[in-house]
Write a protein that binds this ligand. Structure first.
Ligand SMILES: *Cc1c(COP(=O)(O)O)cnc(C)c1O
Length: 438
C-alpha cells in the first residue's frame, strides 16, 4: 500500500468509499491516470462516467480559467450569471421536449437532481405515487434513495407510495419473456389495480439500467411503457445521468428508444469531472414554487462553465459519433478477446457504455467473486474499471468519450487477460478481502 493510500485510510471517512483495489491517483492526462509511483493506468471508468472528456482536456482548462479570472459570483440563488443562463439555454436547445415552455434546474449531482424531481412532481401534480425499477440507482441522498431500487440501498427508507417493478432484462427475463411483453402486462395490471394509474405522479426510467447491471432494454419496451404512462397522465422521468450526453452513441440515450420524456435528468459527464447536474422539464412543473429546492452553490459560474465546455466539445470534436464508433470497436475487441472464456455470459451496451456479465461456467449463475477479482487483476495489469449489478457480477466500462481506437484495443486485451487470470485463481481471497465494492 502506497503512502498516499495509507494517509487516505487515516484521514478520510469510509462512509463515501466504494473501493475495489488500492487506487491512489496523483495525476492524469487524456484517458490515462497516473498512479502514485508514476505508473500509467488506462481509465475505462472515467470515475463512473464523470470525466467525460478525460483528464485535463484543454477546453475544460481554458473555460475554467476564464470563469475564475473574472468570477461572476458563486451562486444563482439571489442573482443570475451568464454561464448558468447560457448552459440552461443550450440544454433546452439540445434536449427534445413535448412542451413548448420548459425550464432548467441546475444542481450539483445526479442525486440532488433526482431528489428535486421526486419532490416537485408529487407537489405540483397532487399525485402521491411514484414508480421506478428495481435495480435503479438514482442517487445517494435520502430523497433520491427513496425512489431507487438498488440492492446496495436496501436499508434506505423508501418514498411512501413507491412501487418498484423489474427492469426488462432479456438475459435474465421476467417470466421468461425476453421481449418484455409479460412485464408490460404486469405493469398495466398494477396500474389498473393496486397502484392506480391516476394516482401515479411519475415513472423514473434509466434508458440503460447502469448500476443495476448495465442492462439494455429490449427494443420497443420503453416506447410502449411511455405510451402507457401517457395514457394515465404519468410523467416519464428519464435519468440520463450516467449514459447520457454522447456516451450511448446518440446525444441522449433515450433517443435510441424513440421516446420523448417529460423530464430529463443530467449529471456525471455533464460537468466533465466538476459537480453539476441539471433537470429539464415543463415550466408548469419547474416553476412550481420559488425556493422549493436549492443549495447555495447551485448554478455557480465555474461549474456551469465546465458543463458548457463539455457540451461544446462534444459538438466540436464529434464525440457523439465517435462514442458510437469507438464503442463498437471496443465491444468487438472484447467479444473477440473473450470468445474462449466460458465465464463471459453476456456482453452488452450502447456506444461507450458497455457491460460484461460474468457467470459461473458450471451453472451460468452470477459470479460476483470473479468480478471482484477481475477488476483487481485488471488494475494490476494497468486498467481501471469496476463492476455493477444487483448480483455484483457485471464489469462496467464507461471510459472518457475521447478514447482512441488503440486504447480500446489495449483495454479489451487487459480486460480479457484479467478475466482469464482471475478465473485461474491468480488473485487470492486475502488480496481482495478488504475491498468490499458493492
Ligand atoms: C450516479 C448516478 C446518479 C447519482 O449521481 P451522483 O452524482 O452520484 O449524485 C443518479 N442516476 C444515475 C443513473 C447514476 O448513474
Amino acid at each position: 500500500m502506497t503512502p498516499l493510500y495509507e494517509r487516505d485510510r487515516a484521514a478520510l471517512s469510509s462512509l463515501q468509499k466504494l473501493r475495489f483495489f488500492p487506487l491512489s491517483v496523483t495525476g492524469g492526462a487524456g484517458c490515462l491516470l497516473i498512479e502514485e509511483g508514476g505508473r500509467e493506468l488506462l481509465d475505462l471508468s472515467a470515475s463512473w462516467g464523470a470525466a467525460s472528456l478525460g483528464h485535463g482536456h484543454p477546453a475544460m482548462r481554458a473555460t475554467i480559467e476564464r470563469a475564475l479570472s473574472n468570477q461572476a459570483g458563486a451562486s444563482i440563488l439571489s442573482g443570475t450569471n451568464e454561464p448558468a443562463v447560457e448552459l440552461a439555454e443550450m440544454l433546452l436547445k439540445l434536449t427534445p421536449g413535448k412542451d413548448d415552455h420548459r425550464r432548467v434546474w441546475l444542481g450539483h449531482s445526479g442525486s440532488d437532481a433526482n431528489e428535486t424531481v421526486a419532490r416537485v412532481v408529487p407537489a405540483a401534480t397532487g399525485r402521491s405515487r411514484i414508480m421506478a425499477f428495481s435495480g435503479a440507482y438514482h442517487g445517494g441522498t435520502q430523497g433520491s434513495m427513496s425512489v431507487s431500487g438498488h440492492s446496495a440501498q436496501e436499508g434506505a427508507t423508501k418514498a411512501e407510495g413507491l412501487t418498484l417493478v423489474p427492469y426488462p432484462d432479456s438475459f435474465r427475463p421476467f417470466e421468461n419473456d425476453p421481449t418484455g411483453d409479460a412485464l408490460l402486462t404486469h405493469i398495466e395490471r398494477l396500474l389498473a389495480t393496486s397502484c392506480p394509474g391516476d394516482e401515479v405522479a411519475c415513472f423514473f426510467i434509466e434508458p440503460i439500467q447502469a448500476d443495476g447491471g448495465l442492462i439494455v432494454p429490449p427494443e420497443g419496451f420503453l416506447a410502449r411503457l411511455s405510451e402507457i404512462c401517457a395514457h394515465y397522465g404519468i410523467l416519464t422521468v428519464c435519468d440520463e445521468v450516467k449514459v447520457g450526453l454522447a456516451r450511448s452513441g446518440l446525444l441522449h440515450c433515450f433517443e435510441h428508444e424513440r421516446i420523448v420524456p417529460d423530464i430529463v435528468v443530467f449529471g456525471k459527464g455533464l460537468g466533465g469531472g466538476l459537480p453539476i447536474s441539471a433537470v429539464v422539464g415543463p415550466s408548469w412543473l419547474m416553476d412550481h414554487a420559488p425556493a422549493f429546492s436549492m443549495q447555495t452553490l447551485h448554478g455557480n459560474p465555474v461549474c456551469a462553465s465546465a458543463a458548457l465546455a463539455v457540451l461544446k466539445t462534444i459538438q466540436a470534436e464529434g464525440l457523439v459519433s465517435r462514442a458510437q464508433e469507438v464503442g463498437r470497436i471496443l465491444t468487438s475487441h472484447i467479444a473477440g478477446a473473450t470468445a474462449q472464456q466460458p465465464e463471459v455470459g453476456h456482453i452488452r451496451g450502447r456506444g461507450l457504455a458497455i457491460g460484461v456479465e460474468l457467470i459461473r461456467k458450471e451453472d451460468a449463475e452470477p459470479d460476483a467473486d470473479l468480478a471482484r477479482k477481475t477488476v483487481y487483476r485488471a488494475w494490476q495489469l494497468g486498467a481501471v474499471f469496476y463492476y455493477v449489478g444487483m448480483n455484483s457480477n457485471v464489469l462496467e466500462l464507461t471510459p472518457p468519450l475521447i478514447l482512441t481506437e488503440n486504447e480500446a484495443e489495449t483495454g479489451a486485451q487487459i480486460l480479457a487477460q484479467a478475466i482469464k487470470d482471475a478465473a485461474s485463481g491468480m488473485v487470492g481471497d486475502d488480496e481482495v478481502a478488504e475491498f468490499t465494492g458493492w
